[in-house]
Ligand binder design. Structure first.
Ligand code: IMP
Length: 422
């Protein structure tokens, strides 16, 4: 069986920390979608690490990390990630395996991303500009460049042909994007050289064999359910399926092989980039969350927008993913608020509704809140559920009752150790 871990909001829920905490229970950690737009932050032994493409199990010995076919890989960023980990003396050749079917982000994909965003002007998505959208467009348009192509003698011909095509597409956008193609390509070729030192595999076959041999597997998602290309707040989404179904297509695992589905959410909500956000706060409360929670993007450094917990959206994500256990992150950030608001229904087209409708822009949706008491205690040193204030436990109970799934982990700080199992 394969357990699945994914984000239930707009990304940045703290998935990396939880994968790292749970890795001791698994033989294999497998990323199934997204690419270097992700920033999974892990903190242990006083050190902070941000991973973009490499699965979050990489710091554990005897765990195999797989970058699945649903992921898009930028060799330049991948090399930097490997370089940043050099002091750990990790045996990448056997602990980090890459699917031949994963698609490659070319330098010109990044340029196209920038051109597309510039051309959109005020309507821009707020992309991380890592080339994610253009790479997935080439994948679905059947023009993509895959990791397995690097094993071909003439891969550079294919690379140059696709690059030429992208350059003519750039002309179409009619925006001023400055670049030095020669430098970009040199950097890319250095990245490819490093990448080719790793093991490329048919990851679906590897995982089938692993399951037959009773290995335990955790599939690691990136971004969050509300950024899903189908079920997110389109068009302000990413270009992959971030929801549970994405794990099946992104790894080649059948639906009936999925076991637990761990849904990770923050005790409040954040969003980075453009797009609707019904419970967004523009007051001191929002500023406090941003400050206490250090809400800056791990990949782009952009400030994150903050707001109250939205149970309408959370329930939607729980249902679409078939979540079996919830994990509530950054509970400590809410310590100190006198009272907290929780969104329980929306007003939409003259009606009160409890599901996420087609469009949730502020002109279509207003929010009804339940007001609950906050907690004052510093919970960052809590080690047991008994150490948690009653008001926090009541907050958890409201969530569980609303979405019908138990909360099994409450995170009270960024460190591995600040994790309470319920
Ligand atoms: P893209 O995936 O870089 O094209 O970005 C599309 C949207 O998804 C933008 O609003 C980004 O800010 C957002 N996004 C992409 N990756 C992440 C992530 O890992 N965390 C949070 N937001 C993300």
């Amino acid at each position: 069986m394969v357990d699945l871990l994914l984000g239930l909001q707009w990304g940045d829920e703290g998935k990396g920390k939880i994968v790292d905490v749970l890795t001791k229970n698994y033989d294999i950690i497998a990323r199934f979608q997204g690419g270097p737009n992700a920033g999974h932050t892990l903190i242990f032994d006083g050190n902070k690490h941000v991973l973009h493409t490499i699965p979050s199990g990489i710091f554990h010995d005897n765990v195999v990390n797989i970058v699945g076919n649903g992921v898009v890989i930028d060799p330049v960023i991948f090399k930097k990630e490997l370089d940043n980990l050099s002091k750990y003396h990790i045996d990448f050749k056997s602990n980090l395996l890459i699917s031949r079917k994963a698609h490659v982000i070319l330098p010109t994909h990044r340029l196209l991303d920038a051109a597309s965003e510039t051309a959109k002007g005020k309507a821009k998505i707020g992309s991380t500009l890592k080339g994610i959208g253009p790479t997935y467009m080439d994948k679905t348009g059947r023009n993509g460049f895959r990791i397995g192509d690097f094993e071909l003698d003439n891969w550079k011909e294919k690379f140059h042909a696709l690059t030429r095509k992208h350059l003519s597409m750039l002309d179409y956008f009619d925006v001023d994007i400055q670049f030095n193609l020669k430098e970009l390509e040199e950097e890319f070729f250095i990245g490819v050289k490093r990448l080719k030192e790793l093991s490329f595999i048919d990851s679906e076959e590897y995982l089938q064999q692993a399951m037959q041999h009773g290995k335990t597997i955790l599939a690691e998602g990136a971004q969050g359910s509300l950024l899903d290309i189908d079920f997110g707040t389109y068009p302000f989404v990413t270009s992959s399926n971030t929801t549970a179904a994405g794990a099946c297509t992104g790894l080649g695992v059948a639906p009936n092989k999925i076991g637990n589905v761990f849904g990770v959410f923050k005790a409040y909500v954040t969003r980075v980039g453009s797009g609707p956000f019904p419970t967004e706060l523009f007051d001191e409360n929002g500023k406090t969350m941003a400050k206490v929670g250090h809400e800056f993007g791990a990949t782009t450094g952009r400030p994150r927008r903050c707001g109250w917990l939205d149970l309408v959206a959370l329930k939607y994500a729980v249902e679409i993913n078939g979540v079996t256990q919830l994990m509530m992150m950054k509970s400590d950030v809410l310590s100190g608020f006198d009272s907290l608001q929780i969104a329980t229904t929306y007003n939409y087209k003259g009606k009160k509704i409890a599901h996420l409708p087609y469009n949730i822009e502020s002109k279509n949706v207003s929010v009804n809140y339940e007001n609950v008491s906050g907690w004052k205690a510093d919970i960052t040193k809590a080690t047991n559920v008994k150490d948690l204030p009653q008001n926090l436990l009541d907050y958890v109970k409201i969530i569980e009752d609303f979405v019908g799934v138990p909360v099994k982990i409450v995170s009270v700080g960024p460190d591995r150790k600040q994790t309470i199992f319920i």
